[in-house]
Write a protein that binds this ligand. Structure first.
Ligand code: URA
Length: 304
């Protein structure tokens, strides 16, 4: 297999370099998950039985399953973990599909709120922010500037160990529909809504303690909660989906090319209680995957 175009590599047969799909292999309504086994479970359990499921697995770990739900073409794409994988997924799928896309992420997360208990679900109705490690802070030299620059760095937080972005919002109609479908499936008491924090590490920028690295993250959860009191979840993908969806097809005058429009929303299963320390069991995960996976598909196919 040869690839051409170093700027946006495409195979001789039109397949993208990482996700590995070509035009016609991905539906315009997409559920994206991390775990390929979760993707297969949801597709096998809920896709229409009379439409064969087409599977494309890439060398880079992406799995695309395309079939139908209630007669509407749908894809489930497993992307693994992290903002880079989400970036590959959104850009490469966008390149080999035509017309507007609806994308829901269904993943796992940690909780930093009493309102989001392990074994329940969260929907990022308030959107997401990105927490990134400030790499320069950790180079061993600290802030070498002096005088006005040092003072400016301090007041602007430029030398803080972690940076928090501004909020990016989901598509409100898609997100609200997702909340009602998930509440219907799991019970309203088992669904928290609020802001997601997407981190560039499972460890340092999610405030996990690792004695082998000087992560300076003891204050991070408190810092997040002070700046964003509605923050409930910590994970590694949702912000990038919402961010790219908000940017897709946007022109210099602020208008959006309707053919490139992406509506996106995000929901997560709470795997880890980052305030108390509890972790989810395998049995509860399987139950949540099946019921919330179906709620996501319902949301996608009902969205006009
Ligand atoms: N995924 C994450 O990114 N963090 C968690 O704590 C759990 C799942």
């Amino acid at each position: 297999m040869g690839f051409t175009n170093a700027n946006f590599p495409l195979g001789d047969d039109g397949r993208t370099y990482h996700v590995g799909t070509k035009l016609g292999e991905t539906a315009n309504k997409i559920l994206t998950v991390g775990d390929p086994a979760r993707a297969k479970l949801i597709a096998q359990t809920h896709f229409d039985k009379d439409v064969p499921i087409k599977e494309v697995s890439s060398k880079r770990g992406f799995v695309t399953l395309t079939g139908a739900y209630k007669g509407v073409p749908v894809s489930i794409v497993a992307i693994g973990m992290g903002i880079s994988m989400m970036d590959f997924f959104v850009r490469e799928v966008r390149a080999v599909t035509e017309g507007p896309l609806d994308i829901i992420r269904f993943g796992s997360c940690g909780s930093i709120s009493e309102r989001a208990k392990v074994g329940t679900l969260a929907v990022a109705t308030d959107g997401a922010v990105c927490a990134t490690r400030n790499y320069d802070h950790f180079t061993g030299t600290g802030d070498n500037s002096a005088g006005l620059t040092k003072w400016l760095n301090k007041v602007t937080g430029r030398n803080d160990p972690y940076h928090l972005s501004q909020v990016v919002k989901p598509d409100s109609r898609l997100s609200n529909k997702l909340v009602s479908k998930i509440k219907e499936a799991a019970g309203a008491d088992n669904v928290a809504t609020g802001l997601n924090v997407t981190a560039d590490s499972f460890y340092s920028s999610q405030a996990r303690y690792d004695p082998r690295f000087p992560d300076d993250n003891q204050q991070l959860v408190e810092t997040i909660q002070k700046r964003y009191p509605n923050a409930i979840t910590l994970e590694m993908e949702s912000f990038m989906l919402l961010h790219l969806a908000a940017c897709s097809g946007r022109k210099a005058d602020g208008s959006v090319d309707p053919q490139l429009r992406i509506r996106a929303a995000a929901t997560t299963m709470i795997f880890a209680d980052r305030l108390g320390g509890e972790f989810i069991t395998y049995e509860v995960t399987e139950k949540l995957e099946a019921l919330a996976g179906k709620a996501c598909l319902e949301t996608l196919v009902e969205m006009q």
